[in-house]
Write a protein that binds this ligand. Sequence first.
Ligand SMILES: Nc1ncnc2c1ncn2[C@@H]1O[C@H](COP(=O)(O)OP(=O)(O)OP(=O)(O)O)[C@@H](O)[C@H]1O
Ligand SMILES: [Mg+2]
Length: 247
Amino acid sequence: MIELSAITKTYAKSAVKAVDSLSLTIKNGEIFGFLGPNGAGKTTTIKVVTGVLKADCGAVRIDGVDLAAAPLDAKRRIGYVSDNPELFARLKAAEYLNFVADVYGVGSVERQERIARYTALFGIKDVLSASIGSFSHGMKQKLLISASLVHDPDNWLLDEPMVGLDPKSAFSLKEIMRERAAAGKTVFFSTHVMEVAEKLCDRLAIINKGAIVFNGTLAELRTSQGVDDSLEKLFLELVDDSEEATA
Ligand SMILES: Nc1ncnc2c1ncn2[C@@H]1O[C@H](COP(=O)(O)OP(=O)(O)OP(=O)(O)O)[C@@H](O)[C@H]1O
Ligand SMILES: [Mg+2]
């Protein structure tokens, strides 16, 4: 479970709040989609939850563990796929996966099993002895996704994970997301692909200009807007409405 309470984040030298008093709870067993236009604050929020960025104020709890009070304990419970798969170019892919497994203290049998499974699913098992610098963008993305699962985290955060994935890998990713949620784990991901969010998510939140403008199920979104539209249309209407309200 991931809990954000009144998170605010302002970047240095910026007058505006990238995230403004944002509260959100992602429950166990849930695939939670995080939607919003470019610059809305999705990446900033995810980086605050993973501890990459420090919030100005507010609290993050991972499975009830306070990130500020017990950062290592909280971060151990997280797997993170950033929006930028730029990794150590000189490392071989296998070295990187083993490095991540070492950091999390994953035993040799478990790591071998997980590395074999995920790299096979994503079709990179045969290139693990190559250096990461020789990988395409999509291959790096698949390596990053595999690495984020090496310690089998209960909370999986992914920032636009579908970008650059071929159809087979995107399918595998969605299957893994479903499998983890079905096992009671938490999946929290941002995306601009409305069709994916519509089909995959149990619940979703829409963020605009650092604030949540909707949080609930697709059915609740339809009820709140009073129309039976696609998520794409509902999203565009809602973001337009919130633009007008703040204009
Ligand atoms: N390193 C930074 N320094 C200053 N401002 C930043 C920085 N990173 C992001 N911002 C600002 O914070 C706001 C939120 O950006 P963020 O990257 O969180 O948006 P996003 O929702 O992830 O957008 P996208 O869909 O384009 O990935 C934007 O106004 C952006 O300009
Ligand atoms: Mg982003």
